[in-house]
Design a protein around this ligand. Sequence first.
Ligand code: THU
Ligand code: ZN
Length: 147
Amino acid sequence: MEQKKLEELDSSEQNLIEKAIEVRKHAYAPYSGYSVGSALLDCDGKVFSGCNVEGADYTLTTHAEMDAINSMVKSGSRKIKSIAVVVKSDVGYGMPCGLCRQKIREFALNDEVKVIGVNLDNNEKIREIFISKLSDLLPFSFGPDFL
Ligand code: THU
Ligand code: ZN
């Protein structure tokens, strides 16, 4: 995993971050108080976004990345090229949880899929950006090609 500055990313990656910041504003996270936004680029150049949606039962939660991926699948598209996740936290990397890593793996174009984690500061400005290949986040992974 590498730490990067916004200017070091290409325009499609910067665009994903922008879209993830926008959709994060719609996150429904009254129980955790932890809003997450995600945006992905598919292999046709289309962008899909999603946010976390929690429930009063405390278990009925959709993660932002899963929401973005489901939007892609609903549109008829199946292959992720890159995906950004935006959170606001004093610690951590803004990287997807284990469940989301597996779901990204399900629809990943290949091992080189880029995962971009963004941490915002209290003024909603970008504090840090981390970037990693999916295969580094989920080594020796299980996936559809094994069945
Ligand atoms: N969350 C995500 O949306 N994506 C992740 O990969 C990590 C966790 C959400 C779920 C819950 O609404 C909140 O963040 C706190 O766990
Ligand atoms: Zn997750």
